[in-house]
Ligand binder design. Structure first.
Ligand SMILES: NC(=O)c1ccc[n+]([C@@H]2O[C@H](COP(=O)([O-])OP(=O)(O)OC[C@H]3O[C@@H](n4cnc5c(N)ncnc54)[C@H](OP(=O)(O)O)[C@@H]3O)[C@@H](O)[C@H]2O)c1
Length: 264
């Protein structure tokens, strides 16, 4: 008898009923992921620092029948993350999936950058990830039913760029944090910890790169075998895959989702 079960294949991509905490839910990718998890039947608990945006998202999603709620928190402030996880537990009884989609960058050459500006990027992109993962992991361990953690980092986690000593360093740190936590949490607690590493995708900050006539866009295309830059929706499938049983044997991975950027 070939050892694969129909019931498993039928439901392996499902996140139905899973409590999903999304950070950076107000952002280009975080908002798309939040809605996509909701469409897939998850209970979505959104967080960010901007209450007006969170409230608007909650209204939009609820109007579509999505079960969701939000909590305002800065992911780099430990007390606020503690409050966030408690609020998620109060609302939905636990956390099954964590999607980390907050982030910040302010490119500057090191010779012009203050240590405080560099530290701010490190706190926003690396320390914050540590704090969120620490509190969510503790909750998942307490629950004793495993979990799935997906951290959005960047292709810049693996390669340098002028003006990016803060961003590349923090994203590289987050990728190694993911791999280290897989070693701590997967075998012992059934928690898969992975990162998604995209190249440029459309957001308020990157919209200017999407002019097909511009040199920036043309240069990117030379490094993108897929023939275009990404939209936030391009990462929905990968995020749901890493959040579902289909990826049960994947942990500690820094997953390329770059349209082939690494291949040429
Ligand atoms: N867009 C790209 O081309 C691209 C490429 C590779 C990787 N990424 C990464 O993908 C993730 C999502 O990117 P995105 O383009 O969707 O970003 P985005 O639209 O700029 O949104 C990111 C969210 O993060 C929160 N945030 C901003 N600054 C913060 C800070 N200092 N501390 C804590 N939170 C902060 C904001 O929410 P609140 O203001 O509500 O807190 C914001 O809505 C980020 O980690 C980014 O680095 C982006």
């Amino acid at each position: 008898m070939v050892p694969v079960k129909k019931e498993f294949v039928d439901s392996m991509f499902s996140v139905k009923g899973k409590v999903t905490l999304v950070t950076g839910a107000t952002g280009a990718l975080g908002s798309v992921l939040s809605k996509a998890y909701g469409y897939a039947g998850a209970k979505v608990f959104m967080t960010g620092r901007n209450e007006a945006k969170l409230k608007a998202l909650e209204e939009e999603f609820k109007a579509e029948g999505i079960d969701c709620a939000y909590y305002v928190a800065d992911p780099a402030v430990e007390e606020q993350v503690d409050g966030l996880v408690k609020a998620c537990v109060d609302q939905y009884g636990g956390v099954d999936i964590l999607a980390v989609a907050h982030g910040y960058n302010k490119p500057q050459p090191i010779l012009e950058q203050s240590v405080a500006d560099w530290q701010y990027i490190m706190d926003a992109d690396c320390k914050s990830v540590y704090i969120v993962l620490k509190y969510v992991a503790q909750q998942m361990v307490n629950q004793g039913r495993g979990g799935k953690i997906v951290v959005v980092t960047s292709q810049r986690s693996k390669r340098g760029m002028a003006g990016y000593t803060g961003y590349c360093t923090s994203k590289g740190g987050a990728d190694l944090m993911v791999s280290s936590l897989a070693c701590e949490l997967s075998a012992a607690h059934g928690i898969n910890v992975n990162s998604l590493c995209p190249t440029v995708f459309r957001s308020d900050l990157t919209e200017w790169m999407f002019d097909p006539e511009s040199a920036v866009y043309q240069n990117f295309l030379k490094r993108e075998p897929i023939g275009r830059l990404a939209e936030p929706e391009d990462f929905v499938g990968y995020a749901l895959f890493l959040s579902s049983d289909a990826s049960n044997y994947i942990t500690g991975a820094n997953c390329d989702c770059s349209g082939g950027y690494l291949t040429c």
